[in-house]
Design a protein around this ligand. Sequence first.
Ligand code: SAM
Length: 230
Amino acid sequence: MQNAATAIRVQDRLALPPMKRPEIRAELDRLSLRYPFPQSEWKRLTRREWILDYAKPGRRSIGAEIGVFRGHFSECICEVLRPRKLYLVDPWTLIGPTFNWGKLDYTNNDELPTAVARDEAILRCAQFPKVDTVVVEGAFPACKDQIAEPLDWVYLDASHSYQKTLNELFALDALVAPSGTILGDDWQINPTGKHHGVFAAVQEFVRQSDWRIVAAGPAGQWALRRYTEA
Ligand SMILES: C[S@@+](CC[C@H](N)C(=O)[O-])C[C@H]1O[C@@H](n2cnc3c(N)ncnc32)[C@H](O)[C@@H]1O
């Protein structure tokens, strides 16, 4: 029997009924009122955008965000990169009715339904009709076969634990095009940091592969590219 963590639902492009841009904005405003997104995270969004400069291959790209939540950064990705295709990968409702991360502002004290987070992410991207958005409701890397072509870039913001992040990075090695980039969030050097596992996994990954750190800086952002001898 398939368990919830490995079950995968691939939606055939955007699964919500077509809506005009003002309707989308009104619905997003309603969701922001009903499920407030922490002010600190709103502020961090623009501080994170600098890392997307490392994902500009000079043409309309194909990329993925692994770990999407409500799609606030997916919207930044669409706005800044205008990719040709964007895979949104997250287990959402396969986790359960809510995220079950305890009493956090980020999940509105666990009141935010996973289905609402997924549909909000889809709506955020629906504001960019030229971006072909493919929604993969599944846990990465179990769902990796649903990504059908080499990726120019990936933004990794998913499990955050050391071993799972290391597994995610090795799976991405096979999915990202030779000149592609892996980007991510939550670069925490301090060993007591909640997401230090991401930093530690990246260090181990570059030790064991031909990937190298090309950027790490403000707002916990980082980027990797493959090392090639000149
Ligand atoms: C910090 S949130 C992502 C935030 C989002 N990238 C943003 O910047 O707005 C982490 C997300 O990762 C998802 N996640 C956890 N494990 C995952 C996995 N194995 N594969 C894909 N997504 C995962 C969670 O469901 C959650 O929505």
